[in-house]
Write a protein that binds this ligand. Sequence first.
Ligand code: AKG
Length: 382
Amino acid sequence: MKVGILDSTLREGEQTPGVVFTVEQRVEIAKALSDIGVTMIEAGHPAVSADIYEGIKRIVKMKKEGIITSEILGHSRAVKRDIEVAAELEVDRIAIFYGISDIHLKAKHHVTKEEALNIISETVSYAKSHGVKVRFTAEDATRADYQYLLEVIKTAKDAGADRISIADTVGVLYPPKTRELFKDITSRFPDVEFDIHAHNDLGMAVANALAAVEGGATIIHATVNGLGERVGIVPLQVVAAALKYHFGVEVVKLEKLPEVASLVEKYSGIPMPPNFPITGDYAFVHKAGIHVAGILNDPSTYEFMSPQTFGRNRDYVIDKYTGKHALKDRFEKLGVKLSDSELDQVLAKIKANPSARFYRDVDLLELAENVTGRILKPRPPE
Ligand code: AKG
């Protein structure tokens, strides 16, 4: 299966409310993304501000020096001045977007369908004339008139676009429709490479990205931690894990995902919820007695893949849901030997205090000391 990742943390990700990256942070994020092996980095929209321009300049320099290996894209409206700004930065590819649904044509661009086709054609060929690769993004493609979308694709392709991105701008696709759409456009345009840009408004961005790939898309747009406008787009760590699980494809170095996730969490100031897949604190933490008993026998009972694949460790918490297996295991790990009946008594004490959220090791030792009347010395940490 041919599929790669375009990471747009520095462009779409910075469109998250409240997020701004400094030049230094942009460079550091780009390097981290290149190190884990993303195929393309959408480094920003340089016409927006001087810091984005400067960040892209530094990233392109690192690309030229071989420090960054991913393809570098500069984002651009379908406007000549934007294209010139991106071109002077010598990015590998200019990504031009234009809203093509009736809503966008009418309420945003104020042009007819015919005028829009002319703008797309002119700007794509203008970008091409600068000797760069060009992606054209059909913004709001999934709410556009389908026959018109086909015309747009043909126009952008004929004008020289090397790739075409289908943007589900307001996140309304659902997987069967996505698969069908990509199957159809890839069979009509066999010489065009397609991207999927899926927003997560209905929580289906990852599922839509996978369905698009099944339909023939070869690049998935993602951001670290799923940042982006409103509720964001495909989270890199989740789609990478899903591609590995479902298709056996490793699009990035999976074990490095937590590092990149933490870096972007720190610089974006957007905290990762503990229950976030793959990189959230609780992604591989178990709780119910029956679950913990299962994972202690065979972790695959309650884990779709090993946490080590993603540079994580498994753990479990102790509270009123805990069973005897977990408790025994926890005391063994602490180097404390309790009899069966002592374990039962500790468990009874835990169950008698149902509002306690977590039992730390020191709390468990204290309970065990109360039950046994012995001073219990835990094994010193290694
Ligand atoms: C969107 O439609 O949500 C976009 O961000 C389009 C811009 C692009 O992917 O080039």
